[in-house]
Design a protein around this ligand. Structure first.
Ligand SMILES: [Zn+2]
Length: 71
């Protein structure tokens, strides 16, 4: 089961659909934009929210960065 996240390309602004594997947890990797083919850094952050009802919700947030900015 993978999470589908939509985020905007830092170069061309195009909205991209990214499939994230939750088993990898928070992660960072480089991927070429499907539209403009520029290398962008995908920064994935998982955060767990515990509620009173014992249900743990995992929220995923994705940041897309230009490769130069990330390092
Ligand atoms: Zn792009």
């Amino acid at each position: 089961m993978q999470d589908l996240v939509v985020a905007g390309c830092p170069y061309c602004g195009e909205r991209l659909e990214l499939l994230i594997d939750p088993s990898g947890g928070s992660q960072e990797y480089t991927e070429d934009c499907q539209v403009c083919c520029q290398p962008m850094v995908v920064r994935v952050t998982y955060s767990q929210t515990e509620t009173d009802t014992e249900v743990e919700t995992e929220t995923v947030s994705v940041e897309l960065l230009q490769e130069d900015d990330a390092f």
